[in-house]
Design a protein around this ligand. Structure first.
Ligand code: G4P
Length: 529
């Protein structure tokens, strides 16, 4: 297979949802189709959830939530599928946002009974901003849920999407009969017997065929005919170009747990979802089909293997072929690095690979060279854009609780921040360190990991900060900026990159500050230039 074919056959995507909508279950069923796992009932004992992804960190197992973002790859009908799993827990939303910089499309899972939930709204918002193509999967049709048309309306309104149903349920909950696949004009019937099995469905090109009445009964057949007519009237017809431009979003219905409607989703996905896309750098747009390798780090995972205290940097290959034992330029450090054992990910395993293509994720063992967002190239000086830090929501002073271990604490904090677990700010006035996180849970994670991985102990002290605002003066030497710095001295800090940050104690303060110093811009995202 040549280079271009390798690119064409890759689909790198993420599954996003509110916790409990069925992301893990769907992921597992997709793996099942790829033959990547054998056992249909693996969800029941939660092998994927509590095994593969969670073994990376002990704390995760304790809490039973998916802290880690892992990569699951498999082949299906000649297509190489890379799923970038994302933590559902809202406290780890930033992890998910970063992962979204490495996907070419997403599947959004929605619980049919709960409809569109809070976390989904936030994540889809980010996808819309980045114009990521989205497919919606409405899950749990085997349970009583909201009316299918109401769900479509909700998705359209709450998520601000333009939906096109490509499948439609027949009944729901106790009366769930099956799904009509509008995309392939096929009928898939649901019954207790075929639970967990893969059936190809019956072709029903003509919905008016009287056979349909025999198969699902006259009432259901008539209802379906009416509903499909309505769909044709109300919704636009599917257009792949619009989907790829993120202007239109196909919707599938199903039940991940029962493996129902999943194959339809996957078959359509491999046909319409984009292969690796070009990515913008600070100097130019880099096309995946370019021969020279480029890639960027979107995730760092520390101590995946407790026996070998190592870090793994997850690199998305943007262009060219990443080769083992080859020198690449770490652009930010201006340093050449060579990797003797790059990992590729297959289902729940990782193995050493010689070559990786655009769209693939390579895991590089790291001894502290990488930070989130770093770019690797064959020598070209360019850096990929788009892994911003968002303003944290929770802030605390961090103190060293064991004076004998200050070095360990500094090292631990440094590395955890490189991984993007939280953000560290150093106050200008007294050099005190402040940790900012998206969720309160991270403070515990940090404390636990400092102790278990670095042998350091820390304590926290409350600090009244509402938001961190990155400061951008219009004129560095203006009197206005000097006054701002003098008046706000107590609240100014530096982030890890040395950028000036204003730690504002309330929304009101931010508003007043903006009014008083109109030429000093305040940003809620670290990357604003
Ligand atoms: P998440 O990753 O989005 O957080 O969700 P996950 O897949 O873990 O699913 C959450 C719960 O919803 C699980 O039940 C799962 O079995 C169930 N579920 C997923 N898909 C369907 C579906 O199509 N129909 C029904 N009825 N349930 C579904 P649990 O009881 O929390 O866990 P478990 O013991 O079943 O693993």
């Amino acid at each position: 297979m040549d280079f271009l074919e390798e690119i064409e056959r890759r689909r790198t995507f993420g599954i996003i949802s509110h916790p409990d909508a069925g992301k893990t279950t769907l992921t597992e069923k997709l793996l099942l189709f790829g033959g990547a796992i054998q056992e249909a009932g693996a969800v029941k004992n939660n092998k994927i959830k509590k095994g593969a992804t969670s073994d990376f960190m002990e704390i995760e197992r304790q809490r039973g939530i998916s802290v880690a973002t892992s990569v699951l790859a498999f082949n299906y009908k000649g297509i190489k599928i890379n799923i970038l799993d994302t933590p559902g827990h809202k406290d780890f939303a930033e992890d998910t946002f970063r992962t979204l910089t490495a996907v070419d499309s997403v599947i959004v899972v929605i619980d049919a009974a709960k409809g569109v939930e809070e976390q989904t709204v936030k994540l889809v918002e980010v996808c819309r901003m980045r114009k990521i193509p989205i497919i919606v999967f409405i899950n749990k049709l085997d349970r009583e849920g909201k009316d299918a048309f109401d769900l479509l309306d909700e998705v359209e309104q709450k998520l601000n999407l333009k939906v096109v149903p490509l499948s439609f349920p027949i009944g729901m909950g106790y009366d769930f009969k099956g799904i009509y696949n509008i995309w392939e004009k096929k009928l898939n019937l649901f019954s207790g017997d075929i639970k967990q099995t893969v059936s190809d469905g019956v072709e029903f090109n003509d919905i008016n065929n009287p056979e349909l009445d025999k198969v699902i009964g006259e009432k259901w057949a008539n209802d379906l005919r009416e509903e499909l007519e309505l769909i044709e009237e109300v919704y636009p017809s599917f257009n792949k170009e619009e989907y790829l431009k993120a202007e239109l979003q196909p919707v599938f219905f199903g039940s991940a747990l029962n493996n129902f409607g999943v194959k339809e989703l996957l078959d359509c996905f491999i046909e319409i979802a984009p292969s690796p896309q070009p990515k913008m750098s600070d100097t130019r747009l880099v096309d995946s089909k370019e021969n020279k390798f480029t890639g960027f780090v979107f995730k760092i995972h520390a101590n995946m293997d407790p026996k070998h205290r190592d870090r793994l940097a997850f690199v998305k290959v943007v262009s060219g072929i990443f080769k083992r034992n080859t020198n690449y330029l770490h652009v930010k450090k201006g340093k050449k690095l060579k990797f003797s054992s790059p990992n590729a990910f297959f289902a729940e395993k990782k193995e050493i690979v010689d070559e990786s293509f655009p769209g693939d994720i390579v895991g590089l063992h790291d001894t502290g060279n990488f930070k989130i967002g770093d770019t690797l190239t064959e020598g070209e000086i360019l850096e990929f854009k788009g892994i911003p830090s968002f303003s944290p929501e929770h802030f605390r002073y961090v103190n060293n609780a064991d004076p004998m271990k200050s070095k360990q604490l500094a090292k631990g904090l440094d590395q955890l921040m490189d991984e993007g677990v939280a953000q560290l700010f150093t106050l200008d006035i007294n050099g005190r360190k402040v940790i900012g996180t998206v969720g309160a849970l991270q403070f515990e994670v940090i404390q636990y990991r400092l102790e278990h991985e670095y042998g350091a102990t820390c304590s926290y002290e409350n600090l009244n900060v509402h938001k961190a605002c990155w400061v951008e003066p219009e004129y560095e030497n203006s009197e206005e900026f000097k006054e701002f710095k003098r008046v706000k001295q107590r609240y100014l800090a530096k982030d890890k990159m040395g950028q000036l940050v204003f730690l504002a104690d309330s929304a009101f303060t931010i508003q007043m500050t903006q009014e008083k110093y109109p030429h000093v811009k305040l940003h809620f995202v670290s990357e604003f230039k």
